[in-house]
Structures are given as C-alpha cells and as structure tokens.
Ligand binder design. Structure first.
Ligand code: SF4
Length: 372
C-alpha cells in the first residue's frame, strides 16, 4: 500500500512530525503535489482548505484529511475526504493506515467518516513521539494552552492543559541542528502549567542545550505578562536571539477583554520596556479589524504601534475568523484611515511587517502549533 503526503509549504512542520510518526511504524509518507494512489493525506488550514477540498473531492484515490480546519469542520470535510483525522495525528494516522489495510477503518478512535465519528480516547504524550526524523522540522517544546483567546484554535484542538517534551528529548532532537528553534504556544511557559512561569525549568532546559538557541522568536513566541527581568536575563545569557516576539494583539483594553486575552495593554508596554532595557528588540504581534473594534479601539492600537516602533517592530495582520473558535462566524471590520496609513508608512521604514489588507498573506497565527 503506497501512502502519500500532499505537500504544501505551510504544512512543512506537520509533515515532519507525521512523517516521523509513520516511519516509526514502518510506513513511508512520500511527498506529492497532486493526489496519488493508494492513499493521499492532507493537512487542511483555513487558507488552503478551499482549493484542497476541491482536489480531495476529485481525488481518485483514498483520501485522509487532518489539520486545524479538518478538526474544526470534520463533518463538512468527511463529505469530501474518505477519512478525517480529528485532533492530533501522531497516533491516529498510523493506526488509521493499518486499519485501512485490514478493512476495519470505521472504528479507529480520532477518525470521522461520513457515517460517524469516534473521538480519540486520550491526548498525545510528546515524549512518546519524535518531533521529526530525516524530514527535518522544528522541535516542539510544548502543546496545549490554558488561555482561551477568542480567535485562536490552539486550545480548542490541543486542550487547555499544557504538555511539555522532557529536557532529555528536547536536547536529543535539538542536537541535530546548529541553530535550535522551537514550536510552543509560549516559550517562557516551558515546564509550567502555562499560567505562571517556572523559570527554573526554563533555565535547566537552556543550560542543557549546546547549540545556538533561539527561544522567544518565531515560531516560539511568548506572552507579554511572562516577560520579566529574570526571564530576559535567561534569554540574554543562554540564547542567540537579539529580539523577543510576543503578542499584544490590540492597543485597547476593551478589545483585549472581549478576546479573553488574559493580559492588559500595560502588560504589553511593560514587556516592551523590559526588552528595550535588556538590549533585546521587541517584535510585537498585532491583529487589526476584530469584529467588535470601534474607531476609538483602532486609534488606541495605532498609538501603541506608533510607540512600539520607536524601539522595536510590529507584525500586523488582519483578523481572520477561524472555524472552531468563538469568532468563527464573524468578519473583520474595515480599518480607519489613520491606522491604515500608519501601518503603510511604518512598513516603508521597516518597522511593520505582515499583511493588514489580506489575511491570506502571512497569517502567522500567533502562538499556534498545528500538529492536528
Ligand atoms: S493565542 Fe496563544 S495564548 Fe491565546 S489561546 Fe492561542 S495559544 Fe493560547
């Protein structure tokens, strides 16, 4: 039985993890740029789903779809794909592939078909699965998030309990790189419950790694209220990065409350000041166009962006309603001219990156890891 992976640039890290999981079970996931028999696997996001679902429907082979979009919309996707992996794929995908071969695939936990769905009985333990093998990817440090930001799929897919890869396993995989980069919803929450930092554990991890370590830069950003003098002294002592990336998302406390972000604008300002004083460039994520954003909220966001640009940079993008989140049925509101012009003029000076006109460009999904 030949099994293929429909390769797309945005799903490289998912491919690396699932390639390793399947390889361990003796199954090779060969990359393809179009569906191929016997089986082709897809990872669907909100951005690639419209085109890939059309391809799946016309596939001409057995199709398996997973990923954040397929997890949130498994009923819709099961009308087009033969099987939908709902949630984490490391254990479910190899089990499903064996079951397809045996003809028992309708009963695999974590798999939906047009006839029904049996949820997975447990979450994946990170140490039980390699983050990658010969198909290289980032080392995933942690999965799950105790916060519930209204626009974010992460806790809805991976749960609210934070799970961590052990220091031994992180060191083992990081040693395969000269520059070690990580995936996590919040790098400074390593080893903790995700609500308050456990910096002793972060330091034990950093002490153990022998490479150039990049922690708190994409794709391992941090939350602003986790930025402290102690945390920054660990970054400056052990890591190679000269910047720290974290999410502000808005300059309006009222918007942050609506979003259930769990931090204030003052937390963001404090984090920026601490970075500046520690000699690290703050790189701050901002989302614009939230459906409940007023002109006053957008002016507050413009003020924050203007101030951040004096010592750091802003990564801005337009709100994209994601399925499975409380904001899924909403749409972005237009930007006031003041905010739009500010973003444009700061972009010309290299102080703003991202896309605030079209969410399909450069939506990085702050703190998202996508191993669904
Ligand atoms: S945006 Fe980050 S902090 Fe908020 S729920 Fe998602 S992963 Fe958690």
């Amino acid at each position: 039985m030949k099994v293929h992976w429909r390769f797309t640039s945005g799903t490289r890290n998912t491919y690396a993890a699932l390639y390793a999981a399947c390889e361990r079970e003796g199954i090779l996931l060969s990359p393809v740029s179009a569906p191929a028999p016997d089986i082709t696997c897809y990872s669907l996001s909100s951005l690639n789903a419209p085109s890939l679902l059309t391809e799946i429907e016309a596939g001409g082979c057995i199709t398996i779809a997973g990923g954040p979009y397929a997890t949130a919309c498994y009923r819709e996707v099961a009308e087009k794909a033969d099987y939908v992996v709902v949630g984490e794929g490391e254990r479910t995908l190899p089990e499903l592939l064996f079951a397809i071969e045996k003809g028992t695939a309708d009963t695999v936990p974590g798999v939906a078909t047009r006839h029904g769905f049996r949820p997975a009985d447990s979450m994946v333990r990170l140490d039980a699965w390699p983050p990658f093998s010969q198909m290289k990817g980032y080392v995933e440090l942690s999965r799950g998030c105790p916060f519930s930001c209204a626009y974010c799929q992460t806790p809805r897919i991976f749960g609210h309990a934070m799970r961590h890869r052990s220091i031994d396993e992180v060191a083992r995989y990081a040693s395969r790189y000269r520059d070690a980069r990580f995936v996590t919803p919040n790098a400074l929450a390593y080893g903790s419950d995700g609500r308050s930092p456990c910096l002793a554990k972060v330091e034990r991890l950093l002490k153990r790694l022998r490479n150039n370590i990049y922690l708190g830069t994409f794709p391992s950003e941090v939350r602003p209220e986790f930025v402290s003098e102690e945390a920054l002294s660990l970054i400056t002592r052990y890591c190679a990065n000269t910047s720290l990336q974290f999410g502000a998302q808005s300059g309006s406390d009222s918007v942050l409350e609506h979003l259930k972000r769990g931090h204030s604008v003052d937390d963001v300002i404090h984090a920026v000041e601490l970075c500046r004083d520690a000699g690290l460039k703050p790189v701050v994520d901002v989302i614009v166009g939230f459906p409940f954003e007023t002109a006053e909220d957008q002016r507050a966001t413009a003020d924050l962006i203007r101030w951040i640009s004096t010592c750091g940079t802003v990564h801005a993008h337009l709100f994209l309603p994601l399925p499975g989140t409380p904001l899924e049925k909403t749409s972005p509101v237009p930007l006031i001219p003041e905010l739009s012009h500010l973003l444009g003029s700061l972009a010309l000076k290299g102080k703003v990156t991202g896309s605030w006109r079209d969410p399909r460009i450069s939506f990085c999904g702050s703190c998202s890891n996508d191993r669904a």
